[in-house]
Design a protein around this ligand. Structure first.
Ligand code: SAM
Length: 182
């Protein structure tokens, strides 16, 4: 009996360590894990004029909420890229319980793992810090095609000009969504 308790305790401990370590890692080296409100996601997808059958990519997809809303309410296909093991598992779980396995794919790793999907993306949704956007700005605009509409919630690319900006509410605060085209 004692062995069973010790086993459960160790598994639980490992799970907690994995969870906290992955959140700490992205907070230090990337954009921290803060999930956008559904309203802000919907407004972003409307600004991008996402249509049925189109491909949307979320770099740093977190819990995959944006891709699930896009698939369920806009009829799109989605690809998410996520570096945090915790968020990656959560994203897969959410995709599964929302019945979107056939439409939404989650890739584990750095943003650059999504490069081949960026080339085909109709829409890219981003919710990342300015510092993160600045770091990959050149690579990003080289990777997307001319047809891609990029929407960035709350943060902006420092060296590119948005073609349109609208206001929304996220985390109980007024904030902006920026639309970019190549
Ligand atoms: C602010 S959250 C946004 C989550 C989701 N897109 C949303 O709108 O709710 C940023 C996400 O980017 C992920 N992230 C940070 N750096 C990354 C990197 N280099 N490659 C892939 N994902 C990264 C984090 O783990 C986190 O889940």
């Amino acid at each position: 009996m004692l062995y069973i308790f010790a086993f459960i305790f160790i598994i639980f401990g490992l799970f907690l360590i994995l969870w906290q370590a992955s959140l700490l890692y992205v907070a230090i080296f990337g954009s921290p894990t803060v999930y956008a409100n559904s309203k802000a996601v919907r407004d972003s997808l409307k600004l991008a004029k996402l249509k049925e059958g189109e491909l949307i990519v979320d770099l740093g997809c977190g819990n995959a909420n944006s891709l699930i809303i896009a698939a369920r309410e806009f009829g799109s296909r989605g690809v998410g890229v996520e570096i945090s093991p915790w968020c990656y598992l959560k994203a897969w779980w959410n995709v599964l319980v929302n019945g979107q396995v056939g439409r939404v794919k989650i890739i584990f790793g750095d943003f650059k793992k999504g490069e081949k999907y960026l080339k085909k993306a109709d829409v890219v949704y981003l919710y990342l810090l300015n510092e993160t956007l600045e770091k990959f700005e050149d690579w990003y605009f080289e990777s997307i095609s001319k047809k891609t509409r990029t929407v960035s919630l709350a943060f902006w690319f420092p060296h590119s000009k948005a073609v349109k900006t609208i206001e929304t509410f996220n985390l109980r605060k007024k904030t902006k969504i920026y639309l970019y085209k190549k």
